[in-house]
Design a protein. Structure first.
Length: 719
């Protein structure tokens, strides 16, 4: 809920424990039976809660006075001088507000008479020319005479009697009242220097009526300086002559402000049930700089308003502690906030060796951002930023972070992560990024069909690559009962995943990382095997995904031509005997797909066929292969599945050149064809050629090109 950052109206809302003192002030106002004019000064810094304090005191006065007769109840007037544009208007509006209040229907004849007199008095006083160093009554211009001439005969009579006599008649009526008049003039320090002096002249000389108590609130230091500037001599001594009862609003300790701030932060944090709150990290953030931003209750309210609104928009996508910290910079040091936002390359990620040449440049940028702040902020800002952005630690000391921190920061949604940084400043996810809400949905769903559908939607939204990258970070948070459903769903839709073009980390390996990280949450090899076995049995739309996973497990165990394993069998995901059973299960699945004609539709048919033959040499693969070779549509699919990318780099190029390749020798070996060129030409000339997709047609051209290279004679070179 947004705090309107307005003074509180009731002691029920007191968060700083001031209501007791405020009630004591209220009691003092009620028992004041003197007929003299009194002036009370409430001193406090900007944002210290002066208005809230007065509101609680007046609330107490009204509550206690509710049992009094109407003619004994205090008359409370709140005058806001900063609502008016110039000094003459200020005086005029003051008397206008007093007279309007006194002339209310339910007030006594004495008050109503005083109200009418004030209206005339106002017409005389309002054109008064202010001349520094001259008494308030020293000069009445011709404008005053004109103003009164335009008024009633009574007003003319009062002008003839003079100001003092008019004022005395007002005073006589007010002195006979049984009720006290309480006039509150708030935020005097917000006025300009001339207006500040005029307010004090008003209560000292012009409107120092009997039976009246003025309560003036202001920052003593600001007002004293303004009075000095207005040639009033020593400002503090001037105030001492006017303020009869000075009251310094007690300044509250950092601990009391902390209590209020923490109460508000707790409400915000609890609004997000998924939040993980690292108390150690919070302590580092708090003591390195966060605590220094807050000087008064207004600072707290202003900050909490911004935090509440912004966090609600992005709360599931960011680290709550980092967002709390960054928002403090946004509110109190906006120039630093924009400096960080504009220099992601300086603050996010880690310092790479190849970027060390930029260290001095980055340090200069960081120093310039800090230098733009005030002296107080400079004392803590560098340490505060190094806690939020560990990368810049290496700019100021011999210290660096290795690549393992990147995964951890991304997982914790830290602002220092390259992948997350922009969320803190754009309040939105970049295109192709998986939201925390989507991750939470995946983690907490146990229905295979729902998970499969959800992953398919991720693919449609072009978020698959981000899913493959970040989801392993969250597998340790998934309930054990949901793990099998996730493994099954990934195997079910895995073959539909777009292929990652990365040279080193393709889609299949990233799928393995997810499956492996899920199964590692299961304690025993037997339980893991059971999950894999059931998932393979329940998979109907994918084949290559689990075939590739089994092959990778063979590599980890050192089977076939793979090197000896580095990990003992008992520490593997599954044991050798279980792996053998999964191979057999996979071969049965491949055979069924071959027999019902769906195997040829697999985009990775070549790899599947090679592994099938390796795992089960007894099956008559030659017969199946002849069916493929003789089919004008099936053979191009096989050739397309063998196409790989080749990367070459020259000294003159910044980027690698990418070309498609096909291993013609491997094609000959698996098909038994010696006349591949002739077979491709026949397919291109057949009516079935139009049934091929773009990739398959391209694969045929690549194959012909590779055959052409092989047929060229090697040139002879003379000695």
């Amino acid at each position: 809920m947004i705090n309107p950052d307005k003074p509180i109206k009731s002691s029920d809302d007191d968060a700083l424990g001031r209501k007791g003192v405020a009630k004591a002030l209220g009691d003092a106002l009620l028992v004041d039976s003197s007929k003299e004019c009194h002036v009370i000064g409430i001193y406090g810094k900007w944002g210290s809660g002066k208005t809230s304090f007065i509101n609680m005191a007046l609330e107490h006065v009204e509550e206690k006075a509710s049992n009094l007769d109407n003619n004994e109840k205090p008359i409370i007037i709140n005058f806001n001088p900063w609502n008016f544009s110039n000094q003459n208007q200020l005086i005029e509006q003051f008397f206008k507000q007093l007279s309007n209040t006194f002339e209310k229907v339910d007030y006594s004849v004495l008050l109503k008479t005083a109200g009418k007199l004030l209206r005339t008095y106002s017409k005389i006083i309002s054109p008064l020319s202010y001349v520094p160093g001259i008494s308030a009554f020293a000069s009445i211009t011709s404008t005053a005479s004109e103003a009164v001439a335009d008024g009633t005969d009574a007003a003319s009579n009062y002008l003839e009697k003079g100001l003092e006599e008019t004022k005395e008649e007002i005073s006589k009526n007010l002195r006979e009242l049984d009720a006290r008049i309480i006039v509150v003039i708030d935020d005097i320090d917000r006025l300009n220097k001339v207006e500040i002096r005029q307010i004090f002249q008003l209560v000292k000389s012009i409107a120092d009526f009997p039976n009246t108590t003025y309560i003036l609130t202001f920052d003593r230091e600001v007002v004293a300086k303004a009075l000095v500037a207005e040639q009033c001599g020593n400002g503090n001594q001037y105030l001492e002559k006017i303020i009869q009862v000075p009251f310094e609003l007690p300044d509250y300790s950092m601990q009391e402000y902390e209590t209020l701030l923490f109460e508000q932060l707790d409400k915000i944090i609890k609004s997000n049930p998924h939040v993980d709150f690292d108390r150690v990290y919070w302590g580092n953030v708090y003591h390195s700089g966060f605590k220094y931003f807050f000087k008064n209750i207004r600072d707290i309210n202003r900050y909490i308003n911004v935090l509440t609104f912004n966090y609600e928009i992005i709360k599931e996508e960011v680290n709550v502690i980092d967002f709390i910290a960054i928002t403090a910079i946004q509110v109190f040091l906006p120039e630093v906030y924009h400096g960080i936002k504009s220099n992601k390359h300086v603050f996010a990620g880690i310092m790479l060796r190849q970027a060390e040449s930029q260290r001095d440049v980055h340090k200069r940028i960081c120093d310039e951002i800090i230098e733009e702040t005030d002296d107080e902020s400079k004392k803590f800002l560098k340490e505060y930023m190094t806690v939020l952005f560990p990368k810049i630690t290496s700019l100021y000391e011999i210290h660096s972070h290795d690549g393992s921190f990147l995964d951890r920061w991304r997982k914790n949604r830290r602002v220092c992560s390259d992948d997350v940084f922009d969320r803190y400043f754009k309040f939105a996810l970049s295109e192709g990024k998986l939201s925390q809400s989507e991750i939470n949905t995946l983690c907490n769903t146990d229905d295979v069909a729902e998970i499969s559908k959800f992953i398919e939607e991720i693919i449609e939204d072009n978020k698959l690559l981000d899913f493959l990258k970040v989801f392993p970070d969250y597998t340790d948070k998934i309930p054990a009962d949901n793990i099998e459903s996730l493994v099954n769903a990934i195997m079910e839709v895995g073959d539909s995943f777009p292929e990652d073009e990365s040279i080193f980390y393709g889609t299949s390996l990233k799928i393995h990382w997810i499956i492996s990280s899920l199964l590692e949450q299961i304690e025993t090899q037997e339980e893991r095997f059971n999950i894999l076995e059931r998932s393979i049995n329940n998979t109907h739309n994918s084949l290559y995904t689990f075939v590739w996973e089994i092959d990778l497990q063979n590599e980890k165990h050192g089977k076939y031509d793979y090197k000896e394993p580095d990990i003992p069998e008992e520490q593997q995901l599954i044991n050798l005997e279980q792996l053998q059973r999964l191979e057999k299960l996979a071969c049965d699945k491949i055979r069924r797909w071959a027999e019902n004609g769906t195997l040829i539709e697999s985009t990775h048919i070549y790899t599947i066929l090679i592994l099938w033959k390796q795992w089960n040499s007894d099956y008559p693969h030659e017969e199946f292969m002849q069916n493929i070779v003789s089919n004008d549509v099936a053979l191009p699919k096989l050739i397309a599945s063998m196409m790989t990318k080749s990367y070459s780099h020259t000294i003159t190029n910044y980027l690698s050149e990418v070309t498609d390749k096909i291993n013609v020798d491997a094609l000959k070996e698996i098909t038994g064809l010696d006349n591949i060129k002739e077979r491709i030409i026949l397919i291109k000339e057949s009516s079935n050629y139009i049934l091929l997709n773009k990739k398959e047609k391209h694969a045929l051209e690549v194959c012909l090109e590779e055959i052409g290279k092989m047929s060229k004679p090697t040139p002879d070179y003379e000695e």
